[in-house]
Design a protein around this ligand. Structure first.
Ligand SMILES: Nc1ncnc2c1ncn2[C@@H]1O[C@H](COP(=O)(O)OP(=O)(O)OP(=O)(O)O)[C@@H](O)[C@H]1O
Length: 255
């Protein structure tokens, strides 16, 4: 049973502000290992901000403040001893608009490994094949690994970005509206991929697409104005939410 999975990520009494603008209020949430959690809620409710805190991407923004904590495997990501680069390797990220580097398909995948000083060709070749297979892209690109990644289709570029994240052997993959720029067919492929990936990874996905949240996730969190209103099994959220705001949102009455 998926509910028996251990809690990998714990978000505790988490507040977050950009300067004087507080955008998250006392968020508490446990995320189980090897499950998919969807963040839903109206625009500006703080979903992406929370996601970007989980690998400290927000550190790059000036004037930010947080209270509370986020732990992974029991260790605070904010502790003085946290190596932020290593954290971002453990907690990979895929963005709304795919962002391959203007390099070959091969070099995109091994980019993180090269930065980490790994240069053994046999090792890199193996990582490229494994990562592209995991991202369901290998068959489409195995004969043109030296081709520029910018020549791939939108859906292929997004799967390449997922493969690039996988190559760093993360435990967690954060996805910020990964399908919003894709056509329905490419979206289906990514959703099927998410099902496969959860065998090996814990996935948190921000989506505006209610059907997508219902299809891909085990648990769903509904946010409204920076507060976590409801967090439960996806089936329950979509069939019998306990909060009226959740019901109004998923039934399209607001947002
Ligand atoms: N870098 C930033 N600097 C200042 N304010 C920001 C920054 N990023 C986001 N915000 C503000 O924080 C609030 C929450 O934004 P966030 O992007 O987290 O919401 P969201 O729920 O993901 O929205 P959307 O669904 O539209 O992407 C918004 O008011 C937004 O304007």
């Amino acid at each position: 049973m998926s509910t028996a999975n251990k809690q990998l990520i714990q978000i505790k009494n988490f507040d977050f502000s950009y300067g004087s603008h507080q955008v998250l209020f006392d968020v508490n949430m446990d995320i189980p290992e090897k499950e998919v959690v969807a963040y839903i809620g109206p625009s500006g409710c703080g979903k992406s901000t929370l996601l970007r805190n989980m690998n400290r991407m927000n550190d790059l923004v000036d004037g930010i403040n947080h209270k509370g904590d986020i732990t992974i495997n029991g260790s605070s990501i904010y502790s003085k001893s946290t190596d932020v680069i290593a954290l971002r390797r453990r907690v990979g990220m895929v963005f709304q608009h795919s962002n391959p580097f203007p390099k070959s398909i091969y070099e995109n995948i091994v980019y993180g490994l090269r930065i980490a000083g790994r240069s053994n060709k046999a090792e890199l070749d193996a990582v490229v094949e494994k990562s592209l297979k995991s991202a369901a892209l290998w068959e489409e690109v195995k004969d043109r690994l030296d081709a520029n990644a910018l020549g791939l289709s939108g859906g292929q570029k997004q799967r390449l970005c997922i493969a690039r994240a996988i190559a760093c052997q993360p435990e967690i993959i954060l996805m910020d509206e990964p399908c919003s720029a894709l056509d329905p067919l490419a979206t289906v492929k990514i959703e099927e991929l998410i099902h496969e990936l959860k065998k090996d990874f814990t996935i948190v996905i921000v989506t505006h697409n209610m059907h997508q949240a219902a299809r891909v996730s085990d648990k769903t969190a509904f946010f409204y104005m920076g507060k976590l209103i409801e967090y439960d099994q996806t089936e329950l959220i979509f069939s019998n939410p306990s909060q009226k705001q959740t019901e109004d949102y998923i039934s399209g009455r607001f947002g």
